[in-house]
Design a protein around this ligand. Structure first.
Ligand SMILES: [Zn+2]
Length: 713
């Protein structure tokens, strides 16, 4: 349950892009001026021309890609030969390359370098893109060919990977309304078009509130804050034209440390309220009505296909299979989580009382007093730990882990060889350590900046497939570390270091893919966080700690006593972490199981949390009004539970390593890890893959133990 925020909307589009066909050579000269539509040139099988990317080219490029695709989808659909795997399924798999290329630029412009100019183009394109994918998923002739191949394969099964692509393709079309009659199809497309605009408005509203609620502090309001934080707050203020003040931006990376350390309670309240009111300010940028409309449309859309609710429709091809299974897991953990919150609050109240603070713990006090409890109970100072967590060393630690588990070698690519979209982005070549075989490139965009979305995420510019010859992988990791003043080391928190490993886990999952067809690279939402969550565990292995956690000034290794404290504190604040996450996951699921007629979002959230006995001392991790995972697209709608689902697998798989003869660096276990849990991606049913790795299904006990929760039964 880290904070990864994969590209919800872009990913959704990318999936659509995979079902397009753009091999057509119609009017090939027409777009020769538009760099974004062109083949990638240069080394490493060609790389994106990020250095030549212009916002003004994107609209034309996307529109060209869509037109080309649609003409070619018709070619597959109107093929006079009898449908078979090659002329239908493989042809679809081979399609979409131009548009796929353009989407990579679109993704960068949307997530890494957003601007008002791009956002207005995005709003204009959103309904067109939606209309475009509806045209493909609702192409009757195309679907009949897919269905014919699928039906035949039920009689005479194909080879494993071919069969899996056929099954997934058929299911995807069916779930997207391909079996509907013409009238229903029309309504289905209209709903999707409206939804895509609502998703954009939702995101824009959140971003507006993130950019427009900045708290500027004077020099006498900085008590408790670290030197590094103050320096960076001063720089942000200067950049915003408020020289001489200190800016607390309305993002998690600013809010979280401020609430942890600032002694000024009134300011903590203000920063907290700004952050948790995003999208809920009752103004032009309020998301409540938009969410209600999204829920209504989602329910209407799945009802066209005969489903009772959105959750039931969504979970059928997930590892959990049904909303009930997901709810059962969440509710099995929930009582222990809120029980732990009560203990944490009691501990914090004692600290406050002992200190003579004369307060009752409120949500804006949680992080502040939790930190005091942490110091008292575990004598662990987050700032002291930070001195040993340098971004550069952590990057080396990632490479070390990748070498030990995957036999990968990372070599920096000489500057200027591979184009980047921003000077802070760096690129490494990934090869097999023994054979020297080229595997791909790893792009790292580490720092926060205006226009870059918050959080951390991983994505690919090109994925591995071998059905048309082997392709290399271009993968990227993106973070929002605060860029230090010149000459200073980038020091990060233990949490951020964990997230850094997490996102790298996604990258390794991309690099290790050995699937034949693009569709098989697709992630299963409640499974695809497992690999990345598992990777987090290597941060706290002795090998990584001893080698890479050294003091940023003296180079001295992290003291063993501090490591002992970190490990001892691992279950600290799990009440907070688990409860804030589960509250969001439960609300996500319950919103989609509810009747959306006349739903009042604020009231629903309040009443549902009351029913759940949500402790009043903390909020949901993402309140509904800014829950981008769920409402800025469909990527995580009724899927936020997936982090915990994946975490059950994570804890259980970690136990397999812990029990192995050589622990987390056990060769045999690592080989099985790569072979069954990483390389097949979605070429194999996840439950089956897990059984091959573990010899049985995952159990919940390891997760409860990891979080320090009592195990009942
Ligand atoms: Zn993730």
């Amino acid at each position: 349950m880290k904070k990864p925020q994969p590209l919800q909307y872009i990913k959704a589009i990318s999936i659509c892009a995979l079902i397009t066909f753009t091999n057509c050579k119609q009017d090939p000269t027409k777009m020769s001026e538009n760099i974004l539509t062109q083949e990638w040139n240069g080394p490493y099988q060609g790389v994106p021309a990020f250095d030549k990317m212009k916002v003004t080219d994107i609209k034309e490029a996307i529109e060209f890609g869509m037109t080309e695709s649609l003409a070619d989808i018709d070619k597959i659909a109107n093929n006079t030969e009898a449908p078979n795997f090659t002329n239908t399924i493989a042809a679809i798999e081979a399609s979409g390359k131009t548009l796929d290329r353009v989407f990579n630029y679109y993704g960068i412009l949307s997530s890494n370098m957003s601007s008002p100019a791009f956002r207005s183009i995005q709003s204009e394109l959103a309904p067109k893109l939606s209309e475009y994918s509806s045209k493909i998923t609702q192409n009757e002739k195309l679907f009949q060919r897919i269905k014919a191949v699928y039906d035949a394969s039920q009689e005479t099964p194909l080879e494993l990977q071919e069969q899996r692509v056929v099954d997934l393709t058929y299911k995807k079309y069916e779930m997207n309304g391909a079996n509907l009659d013409p009238a229903k199809k029309e309504r289905y497309a209209a709903i999707n078009k409206e939804l895509s605009s609502l998703y954009n408005t939702f995101s824009d509203n959140v971003l507006h509130d993130e950019e427009n609620y900045v708290t500027y502090l004077n020099a006498d309001q900085l008590d408790g804050l670290s030197e590094g934080f103050i320096k960076s707050a001063a720089k942000i203020a200067t950049d915003k034209g408020q020289d001489g003040t200190y800016a607390i931006t309305n993002t998690r990376s600013s809010m979280d440390p401020f609430l942890t350390y600032a002694t000024n309670r009134a300011l903590r309240k203000q920063v907290w309220e700004n952050y948790y009111s995003r999208g809920d300010n009752g103004d032009d940028f309020d998301n409540n009505a938009i969410i209600a409309q999204i829920l209504k449309l989602r329910k209407e859309r799945v009802a066209l296909m005969g489903y009772n609710n959105y959750a039931e429709w969504r979970l059928q091809d997930r590892m959990a299979k049904t909303p009930e299974n997901a709810m059962d897991l969440m509710m099995a953990v929930w009582p222990a989580a809120i029980g732990r919150v009560a203990e944490e609050v009691a501990d914090m109240q004692t600290v406050a009382n002992d200190n003579g603070d004369n307060i009752t713990i409120e949500p804006w006090d949680y992080r502040f007093y939790a930190e005091k409890v942490r110091k008292k109970k575990y004598d662990l100072d987050s700032d002291e730990v930070k001195q040993y967590l340098q971004l550069d060393k952590l990057t080396e630690a990632l490479f070390f882990t990748a070498e030990k588990l995957f036999n990968y070698k990372f070599t920096p690519v000489k500057e200027g060889t591979v184009p980047v979209f921003q000077e802070d982005v760096h690129v490494w070549e990934v090869t097999d350590k023994d054979s020297g075989k080229h595997i791909g490139l790893w792009y790292l965009d580490p720092f926060a900046r205006e226009g870059k979305r918050s959080g951390a995420w991983a994505t690919t510019y090109r994925s591995y497939t071998n059905f048309e010859g082997e392709t290399n992988v271009l993968a990227s990791n993106n973070s929002n570390f605060v860029k230090p003043a010149p000459g200073e080391a980038v020091l990060v928190s233990w949490d951020d270091a964990t997230t850094f490993f997490h996102e790298f886990g996604h990258a390794l999952h991309f690099f290790s893919s050995n699937v034949k067809y693009p569709t098989l690279n697709g992630g299963v939402r409640d499974y695809t966080e497992f690999q990345s969550q598992l990777l987090e565990r290597w941060l706290s292995t002795d090998q990584v700690i001893n080698k890479f956690l050294v003091h940023y000034k003296t180079g001295a290794p992290i003291p063993a006593s501090l490591v002992t404290k970190i490990k001892k504190a691992a279950t600290f604040n799990q009440g907070f972490g688990t409860t804030e996450y589960l509250a969001s996951a439960l609300i996500d699921m319950k919103l989609h199981l509810a009747d959306p007629t006349n739903i009042d979002i604020d009231a629903f959230e309040r009443e549902t949390l009351a029913e759940l006995k949500m402790p009043k001392e903390l909020p949901m991790r993402h309140r509904t009004q800014h829950f981008g995972h769920v409402f800025s697209g469909e990527g995580y709608a009724t899927a936020y539970y997936g982090y915990m689902w994946a975490d059950v697998l994570t804890s259980d798989a970690s136990e397999a390593f812990a029990e192995a003869p050589d622990g987390f660096y056990d060769k045999e276990t690592a080989d099985k890890l790569v072979k069954y849990l990483f390389a097949p991606r979605n070429a194999m049913d996840p439950a089956e893959a897990y059984r091959l790795f573990r010899g049985r299904d995952a159990k919940i006990e390891a997760l409860m133990k990891d979080r320090g929760f009592p195990i009942t039964e």
